[in-house]
Ligand binder design. Structure first.
Ligand code: AMP
Ligand code: MG
Length: 351
């Protein structure tokens, strides 16, 4: 009896030792999986900031592949587009078109950007106008970041002269040939940042379809993928008259783009009056009634053109027009009154 009970006790001891090992192994595995799960559910983000298209470009990426390579590829694309579509770089495609006495044959990409710009000009009845090159350079907003720049208000006669050589109805695109009426000049500053964001997103997605993150080019933002793969990015709409960091609204996006145009971006002040870079194509003068417009749209090129157009068209008209053109917007007028289009509130909640 006594022996037997001793044997049983040893067996129990043996069993409990192996169970102890099993429990330890199980606990270790559990710990390992939790650590793995933690890192899987909270991917690390890499970011890089650069200057392109006259603004600060920040790319934020998370990828299981090589995020560093993706960051570099996106920023390279921004520089390529900057050089190609610059109005002031003598080697650019736009310079060639603007300074050629004859029609110019262009590559597929240039034809696409001009064609889309013309479509957006027609859709906004010329409030967005890609052929304001003469007016923009007369005011100097194409070189305002030069240290040598001396602000000066053009005379009324100069503005009238530039107005005659402005307007998208002076551009024709016949297949891949761009024909400008004599003296007319393109300026794609109102869409090119958006186009670069769209291209940057495509490149990131081509390199890793599962990449997430965003591109922020001077507060024009395009989303590469939801935060941590599933969450919303919260995006603040800057207060156009506030200190840096102050905002007037907050929206949540998992995809798409949000673009802002503001009179605080490129401007000079003479005798207490602010002259800024968004020109009313009808008058040739900077727009007076708006101070900022923000547009949410599936792609950034459209959002960019529409934010510029909305600036010209004014809050009330834009609030009606934007949804028809596939966007939603928030507009701040010169009295700092805020108006939003009807579908804007959709983005104020995490759906
Ligand atoms: P954004 O900041 O995107 O609104 O673009 C402003 C830039 O677009 C200016 O710096 C000009 O190069 C150009 N621009 C100014 N006024 C207009 C307009 N009415 N239509 C199209 N482009 C414009
Ligand atoms: Mg724009």
């Amino acid at each position: 009896m006594h022996k037997m009970s001793n044997g049983n006790q040893n067996q129990i001891m043996k069993l409990s030792k192996s169970s102890q090992i099993m429990i330890l192994v199980f606990a270790a595995l559990l710990l390992l999986f939790s650590v793995l799960f933690f890192f899987r559910s909270k991917p690390q983000y890499c970011s890089k900031v650069d200057i392109a298209l006259g603004t600060t470009v920040k790319v934020v990426i998370s990828s299981q592949k090589d995020p560093g390579l993706i960051l570099e590829a996106v920023l390279r694309e921004f520089h390529r587009i900057d050089q190609k579509f610059s109005v002031t770089n003598e080697k650019s495609m736009i310079w060639r078109i603007n300074h050629s006495p004859d029609p110019v044959q262009v590559d597929e990409e240039t034809a696409f950007v001009i064609e889309r710009s013309l479509a957006l000009a027609r859709a906004t009845e010329g409030a967005f106008d890609p052929a304001l090159g003469n007016l923009i350079s007369l005011w100097g907003f194409d070189r305002i970041s030069d240290t040598q720049f001396q602000p000066a208000i053009p005379s009324n006669a100069q503005i009238q002269e530039a107005l005659e050589k402005s307007g998208y109805e002076h551009i024709r695109l016949e297949k891949d040939v761009v024909i400008l009426d004599k003296g007319v000049k393109l300026d794609l500053g109102g869409v090119v940042k958006g186009y670069a964001i769209d291209r940057g997103i495509s490149i990131a997605k081509e390199m890793d379809p599962d990449a997430t993150g965003y591109i922020n080019a001077g507060r024009d933002i395009g989303i590469i993928g939801p935060k941590f793969g599933g969450d919303y990015w919260s995006i603040a709409v800057q207060d156009p008259r506030g200190e840096s960091g102050e905002y007037i609204d907050l929206v949540y996006l998992k995809k798409g783009t949000i673009v802002t145009s503001g009179d605080y971006e490129r401007f000079f002040i003479v005798d207490g009056v602010r002259y800024h870079h968004i020109i009313n194509p009808k008058t040739g003068y900077p727009v007076r009634d708006t101070i900022s417009t923000t547009v949410i749209s599936p792609d950034a090129m459209d959002a960019d053109a529409l934010s510029t157009a909305a600036f010209v068209l004014g809050s009330e008209f834009s609030a009606m027009l934007l949804p028809v053109l596939g966007g939603q917007g928030l507009f701040v007028d010169s009295k700092q009154a805020i108006i939003t289009s009807e579908g804007w509130s959709f983005f104020k909640e995490k759906q």
